[in-house]
Design a protein around this ligand. Structure first.
Ligand SMILES: Cc1cc2nc3c(=O)[nH]c(=O)nc-3n(C[C@H](O)[C@H](O)[C@H](O)COP(=O)(O)OP(=O)(O)OC[C@H]3O[C@@H](n4cnc5c(N)ncnc54)[C@H](O)[C@@H]3O)c2cc1C
Length: 257
């Protein structure tokens, strides 16, 4: 078989038709709203395929979650006299004039008021269920069948099995196309999106004193560890550019790669 281009080709190469149709096809159609044959193989290449009982999502040697949770880490980071947080404030081009340099992590097409069109995203609806005891015995269970409308159920207390909780809270996730008023979650990045992204990248490169970062700023599917690593690299680059008197780039990664 030639090098797989679509999600479907990649899946058939990895696991064969039976497992593809049992586990991948229905879930992918629900999650992305497209036929797997229309989607790029890169989506599947991100997922680990294992033939053992390791149910971790990642294969990294060291994995964990912060002892006191993420909120605590972020609160400690923001607790600094040079940092002011403005909640519920949409950052706009007008506000940017007040700052020497902006690191923009909002959607790149929104920065340009969607003047060339809207990039495609998937959004999610979450249904919350509270119950006593244990709901599903696992942190996350995916529902691959198309006759089940949700894609997965997460039961957060299983992420921290060392804690004891009598009650439980679970979230059912329903995926759909992101409309104007919705929160954009997953960049779809089909061919049309990439062409549109190219236009916005060209426009962005003409901007001054701004660096587009993160999942929405660069319109890429990013996991958290990659986002954090890139943010640290951007910070190092900025500190160096200030001390060298050089210009900070508009992008520190290529959004089109
Ligand atoms: C449902 C879901 C599950 C995920 N699960 C995992 C997982 O298990 N493991 C993992 O590693 N990664 C996971 N990810 C990916 C992870 O969430 C992202 O990698 C990470 O959040 C990206 O960080 P970011 O700062 O680039 O973007 P975000 O976290 O999206 O932050 C961008 C922020 O900018 C704000 N914003 C946008 N526009 C403006 C504006 N104009 N003015 C002011 N603020 C604005 C947004 O409200 C948002 O708060 C998941 C993502 C989703 C959607």
């Amino acid at each position: 078989m030639l090098e797989p281009k679509s999600f479907e080709d990649q899946a058939l190469k990895f696991v064969g038709r039976e497992i593809y149709e049992t586990f991948f096809r229905g879930y992918t159609r629900k999650q992305w709203g497209y036929e797997p044959s229309q989607l790029p193989s890169s989506i599947l290449k991100r997922l680990p395929i294992r033939f053992n009982y390791d149910d971790n999502y990642y294969s990294s040697s060291y994995q964990g979650i912060p002892k006191n949770g993420y909120t605590y880490i972020i609160e400690k980071m923001l607790d600094h006299p040079n940092i002011t947080v403005h909640l519920s404030t949409t950052f706009t081009r007008d506000l940017a004039k007040k700052y020497e340099h902006v690191f923009y992590s909002g959607p790149i097409d929104a920065w340009f008021s969607h003047c060339a069109g809207r990039l495609g995203y998937r959004t999610l609806d979450f249904e919350t269920i509270e119950e006593d005891g244990d709901f599903q015995g696992n942190a996350v269970i995916n529902y691959c069948d198309e006759d089940v409308p949700w894609t997965r159920i997460s039961e957060h207390k299983h992420f921290t099995p060392w804690e004891q909780h009598d009650k439980t809270i679970v979230y059912r996730e329903y995926s759909r196309f992101c409309e104007v008023e919705d929160i954009p979650y997953y960049p779809i990045r089909l061919m049309d999106d990439k062409e549109l992204l190219n236009k916005y990248v060209m426009m962005a490169k003409k901007e001054k004193n701004i660096t587009f970062v993160g999942r929405l700023g660069t319109y890429r599917y990013l996991d958290m560890h990659i986002t954090i690593a890139e943010a640290l690299e951007v910070a190092d680059k900025y500190i160096k550019s200030v001390s060298d008197g050089t210009t900070m780039p508009t992008f520190c990664v290529n959004p089109l790669s």
